[in-house]
Design a protein around this ligand. Sequence first.
Ligand code: ADP
Ligand code: MG
Ligand code: ZN
Length: 576
Amino acid sequence: MLNSTSYLDFLSQILANQVRQVTIAQNSIEYTVSTANGLETRQTTTEGDLDALIQLLQKHGVSFKVDNQNNAPNPWATVVLGLAFPALALASAWLLQKQGDGESFGAYGVGKSKAKVYNQGQTGITFQDVAGVTEAKQELQEVVDFLKNGQKYRSLGAKIPQGVLLVGPPGTGKTLLAKAVAGEAGVPFFSISGSEFVEVFVGVGAARVRDLFAKAKRQAPCIIFIDELDAIGKARSSNPQIGGSNDEREQTLNQLLVEMDGFGTNSGVILIGATNRPEVLDVALRRPGRFDRQVTVDRPDKLGRVAILNVHVQGVKIGADVQLEKVATQTAGFSGADLANLVNEAALLAARNDRQAVTMADFDAAFERVVAGLENRARVLNPIEKKTVAYHEVGHALVGALTPGGGRVSKISIVPRGMGALGYTLQVPEEDRFLLDATEIDGQIATLLGGRVAEELVFGRVSTGAADDIQKATDLAEKAITQYGMNQVLGPVAFDRTTSQFLGGSNRRQISDEVAQQIDQQVKASIDQAYQVAKEILTVNCDLLESIAQKLLAQEVLEGDELKNLLAQGQAAVCA
Ligand code: ADP
Ligand code: MG
Ligand code: ZN
């Protein structure tokens, strides 16, 4: 039987630098302490705030480990707000002061867990503070309603979603949105960053997760916000040889999954996660009942940028000559954070020049500064690039609208997007399609090539911007021949063997050199033909191409009825 001591004694021994090694288990702490008789092993209970203890141990250079083997309920959590705690905290504060060690009471306060806690409405942020992300706000409005009127949903037996994942590039307002949800609903907001969970000490992250959820549950309804979710949620590597297994992260992730499953659908705790790398997240996190709702928070378009600028010039003295709309036009590709930074830089410049108000010249100078700092981070297109992208996208849209197979063209945008696209054309199928006929595949290939064709026709030169389109068009042309047997010359012979029914992988069968050559020729021929079709269409409609591209350059986004009416003016090419 180990020598048992009180938690308070344990703390004072740490402060006196007598403690050597600490093992923190769920129900008890074992440690060695140097005494007059040499090293002794002792045991104490786990009371008090885990993070505060860890900080103290680190400060005094004590080596420790956290043992999570035991599955008993977590005593940390019950003690934190339990009656014993204030007394204990006060006692240790007294102790610390008496020892003159410099640690302050704050280090032992209840809020000392790493998660920042904002109480009811305290984030002070509402949807009004977030501009230009209308769709994301609409989706989150629903979450606000769940938090505010949970009873309404529960009485109908509806299951309230538990996890919402905000996905988008840095600085687009994900953190801001999460805070605004808490602000709108008037509920407490627990915020922690994924990277703060994961420490060098195995087990600490998992213990923190437990602690956080226990605290949150007691304050439900509330929000737990986990920023940089990818820091914990990275897919567990199936092959440790490649990924390099990371025990600490895995334990933390597992604990997170356990907690998410544990808190039942109607506990009133809603988890919001944020990441700019959704593709690396472990699939287990995306299962139903976990982060099963995804809300995209993308860089703002021009109107969005005007709105965001308007939010940030509140409280800044703006001169009469400042046209925010012009600033917005200039700043395609800027995120909300970049725009906030721009306004601030302009104000700083104005102050440095002893001006009474911020002028347009300050904005211009600030723009240059900010852009210089943004290189590689945000994509800010120069005017020539922007023009190229505009014609390119309208090329896709027009060919898409006038050939079968691609569905309705619903949106064209030249706002650079997070994942590397400089612009995009969105085609949505009008109904669920399970079969495509050969003319539809040809139409799709022509549509993919429409961007490149437009560049060639308008500028007389071509750019690298079509690389991805060309890749896709070639893939599709090849598949039509080798898998769908649609080619006249080669006939209905499958040259590819599918290797996985579900994943769609395939490999080439044994074929002769002559057949290989024929396949190459036929792929080339079908690409050439589609290119001609696209060229025909865009030549016939070159005036329309011009006028839509000009509109797109001015507005950056075309959609809805406006786009529909424009595209409806297109004339099908006579020969194909
Ligand atoms: P993220 O979490 O997506 O990286 P943040 O929410 O931390 O971005 O944004 C950082 C700052 O940028 C915010 O505090 C705010 O000042 C500004 N900002 C970002 N997006 C917006 C927006 N949509 N509306 C208003 N301000 C924004
Ligand atoms: Mg953030
Ligand atoms: Zn393209």
